[in-house]
Design a protein around this ligand. Structure first.
Ligand SMILES: N[C@@H](CCC(=O)N[C@@H](CS)C(=O)NCC(=O)O)C(=O)O
Length: 188
């Protein structure tokens, strides 16, 4: 198996939340993939997947992109390995956690770490990252980074429901880790 995985300036600096979801899912299933360091501007390298983002997993003749789709693929292709979702209810929970992370948590975290990410990028990614993110955020990277006391307050508020859940049970779905936990892990 091969996993195309976003890298920063150095090959071993891997910071994509969506790719971490899959590295944890592979660990969970006891599967080993060769990870291929990939940079934002290397769209040609993953063109075979028919889209422009990582993670991309290649398993023999099968290519899968999108982290949730890859998790679903691994669950279906390796049913005898430990379950990633623990059944349909766990898959439903993972969908909620994915959207909570992407719509709430990641939107706060990105404003905390944006300039650190920018500083850690490969030189060839810097112009692309600045241009694409400034278009997305509607302002400069520097303007988009929040002042620190506001960052902490927003992050604490957003984390409260998860913290309260984890005071009562060790993992988001209860006693055992599932893909929902790996989604949050990816963000951190
Ligand atoms: N829905 C996709 C999102 C993947 C995604 O946006 N990946 C980012 C890295 S974390 C990416 O490859 N971005 C490419 C770009 O911005 O050009 C998933 O969950 O896999």
């Amino acid at each position: 198996m091969k996993l195309y995985d976003l890298a920063g300036a150095e090959d071993d600096l891997r910071f994509s939340p969506n790719c971490w979801r899959i590295k944890m899912a592979l660990e969970h299933k006891g599967l080993v993939a060769e990870t291929v360091p990939w940079r934002f501007v290397e769209k040609d390298v993953i063109a075979f997947s028919g889209q422009k983002t990582v993670p991309v997993l290649v398993d023999g003749d099968t290519t899968v992109s999108d982290s949730l789709e890859i998790a679903r693929y691994l669950e279906a292709a390796y049913p005898k390995r430990p379950s990633l979702f623990g059944g349909p209810a766990g898959e439903g929970l993972a969908l909620f956690v994915k959207f909570w992370c992407e719509q709430t948590l990641n939107r706060i975290v990105i404003r905390i770490i944006l300039l650190d990410i920018y500083r850690c990028l490969h030189e060839k990614d810097k112009a692309y990252f600045r241009q694409s993110r400034e278009a997305r955020f509607g302002t400069t990277l520097e303007e988009y980074a929040l002042p620190s006391e506001e960052r902490v307050r927003l992050l604490r508020n957003a984390l409260t429901p998860m913290r309260l859940s984890l005071q009562r049970q060790p993992y988001l779905a209860g006693a055992h880790p599932t893909f929902a936990d790996y989604i949050v892990f990816g963000t951190f």
